[in-house]
Design a protein around this ligand. Sequence first.
Ligand SMILES: NC(=O)c1ccc[n+]([C@@H]2O[C@H](COP(=O)([O-])OP(=O)(O)OC[C@H]3O[C@@H](n4cnc5c(N)ncnc54)[C@H](O)[C@@H]3O)[C@@H](O)[C@H]2O)c1
Length: 380
Amino acid sequence: MADAKARPAARIGLIGAGFMGRCHANAFRSVGGLFDLPAEPELRCLADVDEATARRSADALGFARSTGDWRRLTGDPEIDIVAITAPNALHAEMAFAAIEAGKAVYCEKPLSVDTASARSMRDAAVAAGACTMVGFAYLRNPMIRLAREIVGSGELGEVVSFRGIHAEDYMADPSTPHSFRTDPAGGGALTDLGSHVTSIARYLLGPIAAVNGTTATIHPRRPEAGGSNATRPVEVDDRAVFLAEFESGVTGATEANWAAAGRKMQLAFEVAGTRGSLAFTQERMNELLLYPAEGAAGRRGFTRIEAGPEHPPYANFCPAPGHQLGFNELKVIEAAELIEAWAGGPPAHPDFEEAYQVQRVIGAVQQSAAERRWVEPASL
Ligand SMILES: NC(=O)c1ccc[n+]([C@@H]2O[C@H](COP(=O)([O-])OP(=O)(O)OC[C@H]3O[C@@H](n4cnc5c(N)ncnc54)[C@H](O)[C@@H]3O)[C@@H](O)[C@H]2O)c1
């Protein structure tokens, strides 16, 4: 492992200290000890909504400085990489400011709140030659990487179908109040969760040519805020389902649902081919099920492949198979790939271009649901 002191610093500015902000900070703090990186992340500045919140979080998470004004952070000449973990509707203006100031940008998913702004973000990044990455962290799972290898190797024969779902239940209770996730400008289960399963579908099977979807709002009103008796209407979907035709000709069926009682993390898929199939669920994220359609009748079945050091980069965390990685470790892997890319290594993936393509699929499903017809993401 390279001497940390000999490595240049990758100076990090983080916007947002909530669920994902803490996850990013944890990843940047630990990644240098787990991966042999060309640069060492240094936690320079944390921005949150006000000075006091930012200072408290900066102290807790190990940042040198804090600010209640994210523009001071994006304009800071001593910051190289801006990580954005603020609510969705703020991603675009924060990313524009960071790109304009010559920074690399690590933005949480979804890239933005609509296709037009996502396209502008992609265009700005390309024009500036900026290093970008978007936090579709589930793609970092060694088991998902293995799934892609198996699909690409032809081991399943000709791939014929995809079934994907991302279901959780954090909005199943109608007394759960509004938040940025129910903001009509860029909220909804399709945007929040459908973007993850779409990123996996594209990672495994390539571009999606057309979609036909429908959306539903299960709970029509929610409290304005926690502890409030006042309610206001919900203008976004709680559930979306859509059919997809991939450019390859494979057909798929996908669901995004944040009101699925009992489901905590059912980000799951099945890919079926003429000679076998694969099945995965993030609820058992260290396992991939592989069904080879061979062997004696009555003895065929799914093989449960457990994650281990043969599945990169599992061995960076643990030398023993079956001991299992967790959600936060996917962010550490993501941070490693970001630092590599920022230091001149292979381009980060998914970058703003790929996240824009995901956003186009989401936009196409929304349009399809509104107009009750097939829509091609490429037409948006
Ligand atoms: N990749 C994943 O698995 C995953 C999981 C959860 C959330 N996310 C994404 O991360 C982002 C944040 O979600 P979260 O769950 O962390 O939300 P959160 O509410 O827990 O945190 C958001 C933070 O942003 C801060 N913030 C709000 N406005 C701000 C402003 N103007 N300036 C600076 N800070 C501001 C809030 O104070 C809060 O600390 C969203 O885009 C969400 O889609 C991704």
